[in-house]
Design a protein around this ligand. Structure first.
Ligand SMILES: [Zn+2]
Length: 225
């Protein structure tokens, strides 16, 4: 594909369990784009925060209970990163933002600064609540880096992470009630973002997330260009 040297911005949006993280990684690797992942940015900021910082402690509470972080704070962190990547002149994979309608303005304005509108692709990956709960309930990750270990044939008998050799554990925060809450947060707060971006004239691509990982990946690539 000769498109990899082009400057595209691909914005992935999907509920918990939609495989968005894996798809973002696959696309970033294949197209040689840089991924901007909101949860990673937030986690890094929270981890390096001063434990006596009351504002950051509140953000930690929100993040680890499955709620959205304060809009203005996340907005600033994401925008800063979009600028870095945009200035460097490479393609961008957006993962996990904008998370709510209120973030669209500043975040997409920053994207627009570096990527012409016809090179911005909004990819909506759909998944039902039932499937989201099912997938997240049995989600395994590696202990060292949190790499997701999916229920695929090739992962059936493995005991350690194929990427770094660390132990495989069950994610502790994935109780069904927490997953349902995250899904509902997505429906009420994030899904309206898709309609808004479409109304503003961005290319919208809808992908059925209830397919195997490889099929979703192929579907995205087929529909992107
Ligand atoms: Zn790993």
């Amino acid at each position: 594909m000769e498109t990899s040297n082009k400057k595209w911005a691909v914005i992935l949006i999907g509920p918990p369990g939609s495989g968005k993280d894996t798809q973002a990684e696959l696309l970033a690797r294949e197209l040689k784009f840089v991924e901007i992942k909101s949860s990673k940015i937030i986690e890094d900021k929270l981890k390096s925060a001063d434990p006596n910082d009351a504002v950051m402690n509140r953000e930690k509470e929100l993040f680890y209970s499955g709620q959205l972080n304060t809009r203005e704070i996340v907005d600033a962190w994401i925008t800063e990163r979009i600028e870095e990547v945009g200035k460097s002149g490479v393609g961008l994979i957006g993962n996990g933002w904008p998370r709510e309608v209120g973030e669209v303005g500043t975040q997409m304005a920053t994207v627009d600064t570096y990527y012409p509108k016809d090179s911005v692709k909004v990819v909506s990956i759909t998944l039902s609540e039932g499937e989201s709960v099912k997938r997240n309930s049995k989600r395994r990750v590696c202990e060292k880096n949190g790499h997701p270990i999916f229920d695929t044939k090739e992962n059936e008998g493995i005991a350690v992470c194929p990427q770094d050799g660390s132990a495989i554990i069950l994610r502790v925060d994935d109780a069904p009630e927490t997953i349902k809450k995250r899904y509902q947060v997505y429906i009420t707060q994030t899904q309206p973002v898709i309609d808004l971006l479409s109304k503003r004239g961005y290319n919208l691509i809808t992908i059925n997330g209830e397919q195997p990982i490889e099929s979703v990946h192929r579907d995205i690539l087929d529909k992107l260009w």
